[in-house]
Design a protein around this ligand. Sequence first.
Ligand SMILES: C[S@@+](CC[C@H](N)C(=O)[O-])C[C@H]1O[C@@H](n2cnc3c(N)ncnc32)[C@H](O)[C@@H]1O
Length: 294
Amino acid sequence: MNADIRTRLEKGIVDAPGPEDREFSFSGEDYAFLRAMLKERTGIELGPTKHNMVYARLAKRLRRLGMQSFRQYIEFIGSDAGREELGATLNALTTNLTKFFRENHHFEHLAGQALQEIRARAATGGRRLRIWSAGCSSGEEPYSIAITLLRAMPDIKQWDARILATDIDTEMVRRGAEGVYNASALEGIPHEIASKYFEPHGPDKVRLCAEARALISFKYLNLIEPWPMKGPFDVIFCRNVVIYFDKDTQRTLFDRYANLLAPGGFLYIGHSENLFGITERFKLLGRNIHRKIA
Ligand SMILES: C[S@@+](CC[C@H](N)C(=O)[O-])C[C@H]1O[C@@H](n2cnc3c(N)ncnc32)[C@H](O)[C@@H]1O
């Protein structure tokens, strides 16, 4: 199969072959099981019609393991021997689409109003800065934060500044920590940023500069489980993550973010997300930019 079609299938953009042409048998019951398991373990709700996407994303796992059917695969991931494979199942079912400086107005706000207020507070409270990229995928978001800080804070070495970047997908966390990307990921990024903060890494790859990498800790974290961090965070980015969660899961999550944010701290959410009917602990300041008020 051509690589482009395979990618489009995995993203759910085009339909996989109908049941009659499938390499592995995949029943409605199998889909219902995987859908419920994903919801329980990650909070992600797939909706009733994503059979083809699930089939396309998991078929390669079955192929790799030499399995004959989804039933056999489901039995395997439920067994002790299949515990590691269960992690691969969850990794395959998360949607990781991201890019550098996605929704750039958030980074402009961070460099402007947010840092201005954080600096004003630091005059009495000490030069501590904590930012969390929750659902960081392969790292483009936390690296965009790091570059924003490096550009906006010439005195950053005099600060205790840290970025925490977390995701449930262990492969994404690994890739983020590595900080290596296809050179094509820099398309659309101003030359001045690309040349200063990225280094060539082999023929078609680039790597984030050491200064940006040193600001970030990449960790596995499931947002619907207990968190080890105590905070407070000055800023939380949780963008394009909760679109897959139901309202109750969102309510609990945003309440926990409010608990962990410093008074007046900022929360950035994705362009198609909102907090209406979810929480009143934030005030909307601008395009999906919120301030903690309670
Ligand atoms: C579409 S990406 C968004 C990446 C980035 N925040 C952005 O906006 O470009 C969503 C990320 O949320 C992660 N995710 C989904 N459910 C999660 C959970 N329960 N805990 C932690 N991360 C989760 C996925 O693995 C995925 O990498």
